[in-house]
Design a protein around this ligand. Structure first.
Ligand SMILES: [Fe+2]
Ligand SMILES: [Fe+2]
Length: 332
């Protein structure tokens, strides 16, 4: 992997010969497929890149609960409600594993929340779109969790131990999420014409934002080349997007739904689909904070933080009292 990057990106990623002995030993361990663990030496840039990536991933899991949480009270049956509750709860768990993984790199949980609440840290642009109907919950599970799986499966093999291990469990849960979404849509598509139209409308609105989840084309990006050399990233954004389209189009056909892309067609030669370009202007607008729900999502997170202040305070006071009780002076 690293040798390839040096060939294609020699100007951007340092070669082994240019590295100091410590950094070189680090890179050789990565090239040999070894995991890097929290207390070990690592280049500062590696640490920073991982903090940014893992904390943004954690924020996405937590903010990602909001559009779906919105439907817990309106799920059509008790069974659907129980399933959706479990799914949303899983996302909270994903956020917590990931915050823990980021903490091992020397950033505190409070600092990460601070960055989210101030708007400094980003989260996945997809969660700034509204969930207008029950079919949206199906589309999110099928497409958004589906895209998340595409991104996350390779991360199980990434070089940073705590991140890779967190991903193993997360990926198992994500596949449950995807199936529950597909199941919602299967039922709607076999239902009344109105239900089928609701499913089609959800696909129309979620298709392009889902393709944007892989990020813009990154073949020429310095950042991407370095992340690949460090084995934090294994596939380019375009490769993952292609895989996602090829996996999802037959599923849409199975449901009897139409993917809203006039340029979509099978390309025999490449053994994959050709497809249209997402609207990157919209993507950058959403990232910049101007999506349909950015303000609402951040307000909900800030309010949750403020509403929980009394509980954090109570925990701190309890811990202090407990510590005093344990000292010999207090016992005497
Ligand atoms: Fe998740
Ligand atoms: Fe999920």
């Amino acid at each position: 992997m690293y040798a390839q990057m040096v060939k294609t990106d020699a100007a951007r990623v340092k070669s082994l010969d240019e590295m100091e002995p410590q950094e070189r030993a680090f890179q050789e361990r990565i090239d040999a497929g070894q995991k890097i663990e929290p207390k070990e030496w690592m280049p500062e840039a590696y640490r920073k890149t991982l903090i940014r990536q893992i904390s943004q991933h954690a924020h996405s899991e937590i903010v990602g609960q909001l559009p779906e949480g919105n439907w817990i009270t309106r799920a059509p049956t008790l069974e659907r409600k129980a399933i959706l509750l479990a799914k949303v709860q899983d996302e909270a768990g994903h956020g917590l594993y990931l915050y823990c993984a980021a903490e091992t790199l020397g950033i505190s949980r409070d600092e990460m929340y601070g960055q989210l609440h101030s708007g400094k840290a980003k989260y996945s642009s997809i969660f700034n779109y509204p969930t207008l109907t029950w079919a949206d919950i199906g589309a999110i599970g099928w497409l958004v969790d589906g895209a998340a799986i595409m991104n996350q499966v390779p991360l199980q093999r990434c070089s940073y131990g705590p991140y890779a291990r967190a991903m193993v469990r997360i990926c198992k849960e994500e596949s449950f999420h995807q199936r529950q979404g597909f199941d919602i849509l299967t039922v709607l598509c076999k239902g009344t014409p109105e239900q089928k139209a609701m499913a089609q409308d959800a696909l129309n609105r979620w298709w392009w934002p889902s393709l944007m989840m892989f990020g813009p084309s990154d073949d020429a990006s310095v950042h991407s080349a370095q992340s690949m050399a460090w084995n934090i990233k294994q596939d380019s954004n375009d490769e993952l997007r292609q895989k996602f389209v090829d996996q999802t189009v037959p599923q849409a056909r199975f449901l009897g739904l139409t993917v809203p892309d006039p340029d979509l067609k099978w390309n025999e030669e490449k053994g994959g689909h050709d497809f249209g370009e997402p609207d990157w202007t919209e993507f950058f607008e959403v990232i910049a904070g101007n999506g349909p729900c950015n303000r609402e999502r951040l307000e909900a997170r800030r309010k949750a933080w403020d509403d929980g202040a009394w509980f954090r305070d109570a925990l701190t006071v309890h811990a202090e009292k407990h510590a005093v009780r344990k000292t010999p002076a207090a016992a005497a």
